[in-house]
Ligand binder design. Structure first.
Ligand SMILES: [Zn+2]
Length: 92
């Protein structure tokens, strides 16, 4: 994405300036849509059950959890599958 200078040094809105703003807006919206999709798919990855800790990095419990700190990293197979899926999503 190009660097976008705002406000510009143009005092009055001219057609060319409005076009530039609108084109940039479309670019930003496209990027936002792409990122939102990726974020949604990343969220789907977190459907894996967490470890039950209130500070779980994978999936904090929806009800009462424990205060022991996240232990998900100790679950090697869980971390491997999450890493693979995140990489797949980010490289799409
Ligand atoms: Zn955890």
């Amino acid at each position: 994405m190009n660097d976008f200078v705002w406000p510009s040094d143009v005092d009055r809105a001219e057609n060319e300036e409005l076009n530039r703003v609108c084109e940039y807006l479309e670019e930003v919206l496209d990027e936002h849509e792409t990122l939102t999709g990726k974020f949604q798919r990343l969220n789907d990855v977190w459907r894996a059950d967490g470890c039950g800790s209130n500070s779980c990095m994978m999936k904090p419990p929806e009800s009462v959890g424990n205060n022991g700190g996240c232990r998900c990293y100790e679950n090697r197979s869980l971390m491997m599958s999450v890493t693979q899926r995140v990489n797949a999503i980010l490289n799409q």
